[in-house]
Design a protein around this ligand. Sequence first.
Ligand SMILES: [Zn+2]
Length: 258
Amino acid sequence: MKFQLLPSTFDENGAASERQHLSCFVIDDTVAIDAGSLATATSNVQKKQIRDVVLTHAHLDHIAGLPLFIDDLFAVLDAPVFVYGTSEVIETLERDIFNWEIYPRFSELENDNGSVMKYRPFKAGEEFSAKHLRLMPIAVNHKVPTIGFVVSDGKTTLALSGDTAEMDGFWQVVNGEKNLSVLLVECAFPNELEELANVSHHLTPKLLQKELKKFNHQHCSIYVINIKPMYREEVVRQINELEIENLQILEVGQIYEW
Ligand SMILES: [Zn+2]
């Protein structure tokens, strides 16, 4: 399985910055999980191939690229972009984004080839497919309804927490997976901002350490995602200080083969 966290921003030399402002994970250049930088950071191959976009939740940093991605491709799409989300996420998108004011309601628009965007609703606990992938959605603990996933291509299985604070249901499902290769888990804020992490339903390195005690796959690779860019250095330092085996930071832009 090929896996990439797309870059969000540029450094002073114009190269992709290591800071993650937006969330958009691309699997095998064909399926996106979240759409933060979907419009601006996808390669030409990814633009051509990605027609399945799976959303964890409707916060802006996870959906910002979706309207622009469909807009860019509007004239050339020969099949709709399928947007997978819970009913809460789809309702938010229709009410607050694709509402004819912020952006056109693409779910009602067609080009010469037909529909340009279609929703594929899913429910927590009910497995579904997107292209060659099977996804098990699991409700996690964030400020708005949010989903984490177990994703499998039949060979490799990974678990992705999405944005979350402490949780139990996610760990139960993930611990029940026989062959888990990779865990991707959020850690948004440094330890000093635990209060902010609590009110915004995110984790700090200290809280993450507590969460990982619930994780049973001892030799599984663990990657930290969704670090708030302003606090990246501090969070990375504090994560390294935990000295947890197999725990590392997911590098922005890097292509992983799992
Ligand atoms: Zn969020």
